[in-house]
Ligand binder design. Structure first.
Ligand code: SAM
Length: 239
């Protein structure tokens, strides 16, 4: 890092690739190497049916997004979206301003391959959400099973600051509940209740409500999730 910017051999490494096929941004500087490698290996070595979080139809997320009655032009980001099918269903529903951000390029590559030509309708960002500096504003920020990996207060603060700054409308947050697992993909997570999650975002958001949902993993086990929907209540709140 030099002068707050990341550089290698004098070059800054935020690579934006816009081709006929994709808008794809790869922010090498923002990536915490261990975390990045960990997730790259998961997506390199495990098929979707071999990881617990895979959903054929991301029904809870879709229902919650539908309930917001958004315009099809609404800017929606799936943070830690991995190779989730959510983007497929949102495209199918006609949403035309979609972004998927994930720390793993392999995950995004899988989603893009699956979507084929439709992938060019989506903005793909390979970056660590905690340190990525080039975000734009979003009407909806959706996160299923990425936020709960933040186990340190400084990580949670960094995430909350991003949400406060870049979300203009709604935040949909899906985490493991207190009746869910203590680990995900071998990593420790933080379990949440509405009472635990609400104060984290209270400076800029009101809580619309939370629901608990059992996710049936590809192995047939149950994981209890908490999905909470927040609405921006203080438009100018930054932190
Ligand atoms: C349990 S998976 C969930 C994937 C997807 N949201 C779903 O519901 O199928 C967690 C995802 O978060 C991503 N992730 C973890 N930490 C991240 C971070 N700091 N920034 C961006 N993505 C992250 C991982 O690469 C992984 O794809």
């Amino acid at each position: 890092m030099q002068d707050g910017k990341c550089s290698l051999l004098g070059f800054e490494f935020v690579v934006t690739i816009v081709t006929n096929d994709y808008f794809f941004e790869l922010d090498i500087c923002s990536m915490n190497t261990d975390k990045h490698k960990y997730w790259e290996t998961i997506y390199e070595t495990k098929a979707p049916e071999e990881v617990s979080w895979t959903e054929k139809i991301p029904a809870s997320s879709l229902n919650l997004i539908n309930q917001l009655q958004l315009s099809k032009n609404a800017a929606i980001i799936d943070v830690g979206g991995g190779d989730s099918n959510l983007v497929d269903f949102l495209l199918e529903a006609g949403y035309n301003n979609l972004t998927v951000l994930d720390i793993s390029e392999n995950a995004l590559a899988r989603a893009k391959n699956r979507l084929g030509k439709k992938a060019k309708k989506v903005k793909w960002i390979a970056a660590d959400i905690l340190t990525y500096e080039q975000l734009q504003h979003f009407d909806v920020w959706h996160d299923r099973a990425a936020f709960h990996f933040l186990t340190q207060p400084h990580e949670v603060n960094a995430y909350v600051n991003k949400v406060n700054t870049f979300v203009t409308g709604h935040l949909i947050l899906g985490t493991f509940s207190v009746n869910g697992p203590l680990k995900c993909s071998g990593l420790p997570i933080t379990q949440y209740t509405p009472e635990l999650v609400k104060p984290l975002f209270k400076n800029a958001f009101s809580l619309n409500g939370c629901i608990n949902k059992d996710h049936i993993t590809p192995f047939g086990t149950e994981q209890n999730f908490l999905f909470c929907v927040f609405r921006k209540s203080k438009p100018d709140a930054m932190h």
